[in-house]
Design a protein around this ligand. Structure first.
Ligand SMILES: CCCCCCCCC/C=C/C(=O)SCCNC(=O)CCNC(=O)[C@H](O)C(C)(C)COP(=O)(O)OP(=O)(O)OC[C@H]1O[C@@H](n2cnc3c(N)ncnc32)[C@H](O)[C@@H]1OP(=O)(O)O
Length: 308
């Protein structure tokens, strides 16, 4: 599926600059999206669904709800990441959409983070392709020209936390069983620099230092205390609060909000864009080490045993 979707990308030339369209290749040099595909400009609502992601766009409000629906735990496989990236790209190009809410259609889990099976027992080419798609989703969400709100209605470890942090604002359900954080160290792996920087920009240096070294996972109330989430509300109110919140953001003129956002985030986006290949190499070198494969295998087994 991912390969089929990727074949659908088109390269479009605009004078001296080349932009990748209809996909998430991030070969572009600016955060502005210009695409030859027609952009709708109506107040009609639309709904679309793929195997991992469901999108409901309300054309009258300009708000799109993007729901993760990848059973059992919304783990971010290559296909999941590709579909999510394409859905977000389409919404970014759609003039009737002004903001997105990312949430989960599954109970108790926002996302279990990166799909560990994509990083275990595969070949280096697969790891490289997978890591590229992880980079792409971060580049897409962190550099998103429209408003992005995370409505975190369940646990959100590692990659799930990264995607949440890449949004503009985070609202989490107040269930004390839920956890959010970058727990990579607990798996024997290491969050790369752009995961780290995203967290530093969200909660500050010292909290990130402790969080990363211990692989800390926070309850919703602790996440609120450190600023990892912006609001904690009863679970049944997560989506309605996200809708109320995004409505406040929509009151700001789009161009002013978008340029302000880009001013804050572009240096980090550019840093990854400038080092994508070396970042992929580092990942492949790291993940193919016997000791790291052993740690991941051990962790996967411990997840299964916990269940038994
Ligand atoms: C130098 C730089 C170099 C760079 C170095 C590399 C950097 C890598 C960065 C990595 C980022 C990541 O996101 S790594 C991923 C981190 N994620 C995690 O640690 C989450 C682990 N999962 C959990 O904690 C839990 O499953 C949780 C999500 C809370 C849900 O709990 P539940 O009790 O509801 O469900 P479970 O019974 O545990 O899980 C249901 C099934 O889903 C599977 N499952 C759960 N999480 C999964 C996952 N992430 N990937 C695949 N499969 C997963 C379980 O094994 C079960 O499979 P069956 O038994 O077959 O049914």
């Amino acid at each position: 599926m991912a390969a089929v979707l990727r074949r659908g990308f088109r390269l479009v030339s605009f004078g001296s600059s080349q932009l990748l369209c209809g996909g998430c290749k991030h070969g572009r040099t600016s955060s502005l999206s210009i695409c030859s595909t027609s952009s709708r400009n109506s107040s009609s609502s639309s709904s679309s669904s793929s195997s991992h992601v469901k999108v409901d766009l309300d054309g009258s409000t300009g708000i799109a709800v993007v729901k993760f629906q990848s059973s059992p735990v919304n783990s971010m496989s290559l296909d999941f990441l590709t579909e999510l990236c394409i859905s977000l790209e389409k919404l970014e190009l759609d003039r009737s959409c002004r903001g997105v809410i990312l949430t989960s259609a599954l109970p108790k889990i926002f996302s279990a983070g990166l799909d560990i099976t994509e990083m275990y027992g595969k070949n280096p080419e697969h790891y490289a392709e997978f890591w590229k798609s992880v980079q792409e989703i971060w580049l897409k969400v962190y550099g998103y020209s429209k408003i992005a709100i995370a409505a975190i209605n369940g646990s959100s470890p590692a990659g799930g936390c990264l995607v949440s942090m890449a949004c503009d604002y985070r609202i989490m359900a107040d269930d004390p069983r839920y956890r959010i954080g970058l727990n990579e160290a607990q798996l024997g792996i290491v969050a790369p620099f752009w995961f780290k920087d995203t967290m530093v920009n969200t909660v500050g240096f010292r909290t990130t230092e402790l969080s990363l070294q211990f692989g800390l996972m926070y309850s919703p109330s602790d996440a609120l205390k450190i600023g990892l989430v912006d609001q904690v509300v009863p679970e049944e109110n997560v989506l309605s609060t996200a809708t109320e919140t995004i409505t406040k953001w929509l009151a700001i003129p789009d161009h002013a909000r978008e340029i302000s956002k880009s001013m804050m985030r572009k240096p980090m986006v550019d840093r990854l864009l400038a080092s994508r290949e070396s970042d992929i190499k580092n990942f492949v070198n790291f993940i193919t080490k016997d000791s790291i494969q052993k740690s991941l295998g051990f962790y996967m087994n411990s997840l299964k045993q916990r269940k038994a």
